[in-house]
Design a binder for this molecule. Structure first.
Ligand code: AMP
Length: 296
């Protein structure tokens, strides 16, 4: 495994692998403090690609002024061990000055999709994400890029960017990896106190309960499902709901409150963002109501 820190070294390393016939090239962008969710992306990339590039970069321009950029957990030594174990060929760890040597004046902005859910609570966040991912795509020119559905809105936004701008890369969405008790893995889980960690289980539990309610016909409309999600989450006293929404996926269009979910044609997403103390956690479930309800 090669560790590179400059764009020049990165281009040279990827070029060498391509020249040696080691394609296709897969890219796994991360912010580090790696866990099994990131490992699952590396493994998927390894199945499909001759060369797997992982980037580790805590991207300042996707954090708001009062967010956790400085405090974001970092552990380079542990990250490199995991990357090597899970089959990365090249790891790119740039300093902020390497990625942004001067004030950036060009940004990629995807409209509409970025104004909902996390985009509403974190203004400018997705502009930072699309800009850094576009930079990484230009540096690596990967054939495939791997993203977790834990950040489902990010997947929807990046797909739109790639389609709109004819970027020559395929976005590969990967399933959410969870702890045995249901909590979605996240680098931010380390911020949680023992009590918050316990109460945070309400996220995945509320999603499972709402899914069963649709399956069994106990909740039929968007309003009913949203109310069910909110009442389950509110049973945890430490939970402070940022949003609990039901939208179409990947378009992220709102559905009328009294609209019967089984009549939607495609997939829907139940998306949650909930604060526990200073930590904001997200989780979601994507499914096709028509198929789920038909199972009963
Ligand atoms: P991050 O380092 O948090 O920016 O995440 C880097 C990539 O890993 C993103 O594509 C995330 O969606 C993905 N990821 C993070 N947590 C998980 C998880 N629990 N399951 C699957 N993918 C994840």
């Amino acid at each position: 495994m090669r560790v590179v820190r400059t764009v020049e070294q990165l281009r040279e390393a990827v070029g060498f692998m391509r020249g040696a016939g080691q394609g296709p090239v897969g890219l796994v962008p991360t912010m580090g403090y790696l866990h099994d969710g990131h490992a699952s992306l590396l493994r998927r990339a390894g199945e499909m690609c001759g060369t797997v590039v992982m980037s580790i970069f805590v991207n300042p321009i996707q954090f708001g002024p009062n967010e956790d950029f400085e405090a974001y957990p970092r552990d380079e030594r542990r990250d490199l061990e995991l990357a090597e174990r899970e089959g990365a060929d090249i790891v790119f760890i740039p300093a902020v000055e390497e990625m942004y040597p001067r004030e950036i004046r060009s940004k990629i902005v995807v409209s509409s999709l970025t104004t909902r859910l996390c985009g509403a609570s974190r203004p400018g966040h997705f502009d930072g994400v699309t800009t850094v991912v576009a930079k990484l795509f230009n540096m690596v020119q990967p054939d495939y890029a791997y993203f977790g559905l834990k950040d489902a809105q990010q997947v929807a936004v990046l797909r739109q960017m790639v389609d709109d701008l004819n970027m020559n890369v395929k976005i590969v969405p990967c399933p959410i990896v969870r702890e045995a008790d249901g909590l979605a893995l996240s680098s931010r889980n380390v911020y949680l106190s023992a009590e918050e960690r316990l109460q945070a289980l309400v996220l995945s539990r509320s999603l499972r309960e709402a899914h069963s309610a649709v399956e069994e016909g106990r909740a039929a409309t968007t309003d009913e499902v949203r109310e069910l999600l909110k009442s389950t989450i509110s049973s945890s006293p430490l939970a402070d709901i940022d949003y609990a929404e039901i939208l179409t996926f990947p378009q992220l269009e709102p559905l009328e409150g009294n609209f019967p979910l089984v009549e939607t044609d495609g997939e829907i997403i139940m998306a949650l963002a909930v604060r526990f103390g200073r930590t904001r956690l997200i989780d979601n479930m994507i499914f096709t109501p028509k198929e789920v309800a038909a199972l009963v």
